[in-house]
Design a protein around this ligand. Structure first.
Ligand code: TEU
Length: 528
């Protein structure tokens, strides 16, 4: 039973393959790189790896534009290598989660190429959303739906020379599939089986609340309710049939369900739908005791009735690095104000990120750990002429894009490119101080972020697996236990606070002060 329920309290490490480790030295991360670093991941103590898409892709959106869901992109390796990686990880006790992108495909996917060739009115076009335009000559897009790329005001429709328009909520190279078509549903269930047959233990579902569309594709302005393309009822039927497939293999889902409404969000977490979904509430929560406690309570309250474990996310491949976010006085991640111009203090940010690590690892549920967070990497500033992320271009520079958190990892301080890419430059430039964050350095430093994460993951079971109970604490201090005897205390008050009497310090995110008190922005794990 414990083995089957691994996902309820797992630490899941997110591998952005392109930037994790470079096995062949060409400046792009690959599966050989991941395989060579499995011992590192085992030592870190993670339970599972979630891989961002590794499929065949023209990489117009970092692999979220898939041309073949059953093939590994040659830049990353081969299918045989992926199978080896899955097996080798499993031998070290580490499970594999793959990323499925069901909302859209690449414009190079055989289905879309066939649809283009077959022309208007063809059955091939029914797998997508092709429409005539509006205006006298069809020169206007079929509706008013907004782009899903932050900051972009571009239409989600592109017109072909034959006059038809096609829908793409993301880039024009990512045409949306028509989920009302039975072949689309069948194909995705086959893709799930394909990866489950290869030993994959779980699937992350990209843009999970977007797939279904109102068949009439009405203007959002004229018919906002029910929303024509977000969180539609049809989705629940789709995920119920996916769940039947997963249950045959004992595999689990984590949905990327971006929904502000807690109740609507929880509707996806059912014994016959998704096992889990990402809880993004920390990403928009300021570093402030009341707001953090509310975020935690709200999250737990929305999960408890449906019996699903919460998940905790401090960062991912779409989000400004934690150290940089928390280094700003205004720490709430605000999509609207996300700019490199906002001043950030790396010392402050690091102190808070260390405390946040202990906080999230002590909470009930599963923790997602994005690669490089265990090294305390800050957001990197990418020179404009090196930016790759389409979000930057689609928003015409209004959004800096997401490359700053996708920079190749530093492995060895003394090697060229900090040990990533022997012969060639890394695909994104590393900041000059990257070697100071290198894994080999942090491995030798007991005060490093890496040492903190490793130790925390190792002793995390001291909390037990009970529900969270808040304990009485001074103003600005969060303190809780979960039945296992350990207590987590986070000091968000302006000054140092006393630790509870008769408690023994198990782990601190930073040193106690001279008088044995817990300083501001510091967390401690205690044995009561
Ligand atoms: O992101 C879905 C999504 O909603 C994004 O627009 C998100 O709001 C934005 O990136 C936040 O900065 C997923 C993937 O995580 C992302 O990398 C892809 O670009 C996107 O889907 C399209 O597949």
């Amino acid at each position: 039973q414990k083995d089957r329920d691994w996902w309820r309290s797992a630490v899941i490490y997110q591998v952005y393959v392109r930037s994790f480790a470079d096995g062949d030295g060409d400046g792009t991360g690959d599966l050989a790189g991941v395989r060579s670093r499995l011992p590192y991941l085992a030592e870190l103590g993670v339970d599972a790896l979630w891989f961002n898409p590794w499929y065949l892709s023209p990489m117009k959106d970092g692999g979220y534009d898939v041309a073949d869901y059953r093939a590994v992109d040659p830049a990353f390796g081969t299918l045989a290598e992926a199978e080896k990686l899955i097996a080798e990880a499993r031998e070290l006790g580490i499970r594999t989660i793959v990323d499925i992108v069901p909302n859209h495909v690449s414009d190079q996917h055989p289905w879309f190429r066939a649809a283009l060739a077959a022309g208007p009115g063809s059955p091939e076009r029914e797998l997508f959303h092709f429409r005539s335009g509006r205006g006298d000559n069809g020169e206007l897009p079929p509706n008013d739906w907004p782009s899903q790329f932050v900051g972009s005001t571009e239409p989600v429709w592109t017109r072909l020379p034959d006059g038809d328009w096609y829908l793409h909520l993301f880039t024009p190279e990512q045409p949306d599939l028509n989920w009302a078509h039975p072949a689309v549903r069948q194909e995705h269930e086959d893709i799930l089986r394909f990866w489950f047959e290869r030993g994959v233990a779980g699937v992350r579902i990209d843009s999970a609340a977007l797939l279904a569309k109102d068949p009439e594709l009405p203007d959002l302005a004229s018919r906002p309710e029910p929303h024509p393309f977000v969180d539609r009822d049809e989705l629940h039927d789709i995920y119920r049939s996916w769940r039947r497939v997963a249950d045959e293999y004992g595999a689990v889902f984590v949905g990327e369900v971006w929904l502000p409404d807690a109740e609507r969000f929880a509707r996806y977490l059912r014994p016959d739908e998704l096992h889990t979904a990402f809880n993004f509430s920390f990403l928009s929560c300021p570093w402030e005791p009341g707001r953090l406690r509310t975020a935690i309570d709200t999250t737990l309250a929305e999960h408890a009735p449906v019996g699903a474990p919460a998940t905790w996310v401090l960062c991912n491949h779409d989000i400004t690095r934690t150290v940089t976010r928390y280094g700003r006085e205004d720490t709430g991640f605000d999509f609207a104000t996300k700019t490199f111009g906002t001043p950030t203090d790396p010392v402050l940010g690091t102190r808070r990120a260390r405390a946040a690590a202990l906080l999230s690892l002590a909470l009930p549920g599963a923790v997602y750990l994005y690669q490089g967070e265990e090294l305390g990497l800050p957001e990197a500033e990418i020179p404009v002429d090196r930016i790759q992320d389409p979000m930057y271009f689609r928003s015409q520079g209004a959004d800096p894009g997401r490359d700053g958190c996708r920079v190749p990892l530093p492995w060895a301080a003394g090697l060229p490119h900090a040990g990533f890419g022997a012969q060639q430059e890394p695909w994104l430039p590393q900041p000059a101080d990257w070697p100071s964050y290198a894994v080999d350095r942090q491995q030798r430093d007991p005060g490093s972020m890496l040492a903190l994460y490793r130790e925390a993951i190792a002793i995390r079971p001291v909390f037990g697996d009970g529900p969270l109970t808040w304990l009485p604490a001074p103003d600005g201090v969060l303190a809780f236990a979960r039945g296992g005897g350990a207590v987590c205390v986070v000091n968000l008050a302006p000054g140092p606070v006393d630790l509870p009497p008769h408690s023994r310090l198990l782990l601190g995110s930073g040193p106690l002060d001279d008088t044995g008190r817990l300083p501001q922005d510091t967390a401690a794990w205690l044995q009561a």
